[in-house]
Design a protein around this ligand. Sequence first.
Ligand code: G3P
Ligand code: MG
Length: 236
Amino acid sequence: MLVFAHRGASGYAPENTLAAMDKAIELGSKAIELDVHCVEGELVVFHDRRLEGKSTGHGLIHLSTKADLDKISVGGQPIPSLWDVLARINTVAQGDCTVNIELKGVGCVAPFVAMYPRVLNELGFSNQQLLISSFNHLYLSQVKQHLPQVLIAPLLGGIPLDLAQVVTDLQAYSLHLDVAFISQAIVDDAHRRNAKVYVYTVDNSDDIQTLKAMGVDGIFSNYPDKAIVAATLPLT
Ligand code: G3P
Ligand code: MG
C-alpha cells in the first residue's frame, strides 16, 4: 500500500510548507500530496481558498499578490512556491519520491501546463513521479489535452451513480476517494478500469486494515510514519 504524506507530514509540521516536505522524507515517505493555488500567475502551495485560518494573511488567495504572500506565515514558515517545493523534494529524496499535485485554485491550469516541461527537464522529475489530481475534473481534462503523458487523478467527495466512469472519461491513472464514502463497488469498478484507488485522509490503523482488505492501493495520511507501519501489518 502506497502512503502519501498528506500536505507533507502535516501531523508534525505546518501543512504544505517546506518543513512538512522535509519531515515527510525524513519519516521515509515515498509519496507526498500537496495543494496548489495560483497567485499572480505563479503556483503556490497552500490548501485553503482563503488565507485566514491557516496563515497570518487575510482574504482570497487568488486575489492576493506575491508581495502579500512574502509577509505571511504558516506556523512560522513561508507559503512556498510549487517550484521550490518540487525542487526541494527531488533534491532531498534523491529522486525517490512521487508527488501528487492537487490543483485547487482559480487559474491553475495554464501556469501548470507551462511549468511542467521545466519540472521534467530542469528538476529531473519523470512523468511517473508526478500525479496531478483535482476535484475540478475540467482542470484535469484541460491538463490532459495539453500534456497527454501526464498521470491524472480525479478526486471524488462521494460516490457517483456511474461509480468510476470518470476514470475512463479522463483516461485517469488513479481515482482518489474520501474514506467517509468508500465502497467496495467503486473500488472494484476503478480496478476493472485499470486505475489505482487512493483514499484520503486516513490516520487510524483500523481504517487502514479495512481499506487494505478492500484492495485499496494507497492512502493519504497526516502521520505517514504511523500509516506506513499500519499498512505493512498483516490482515487480521
Ligand atoms: O488529495 C487528497 C485530499 O487532500 C483531498 O482533500 O481537502 O485535503 O485537499 P483536501
Ligand atoms: Mg489535498
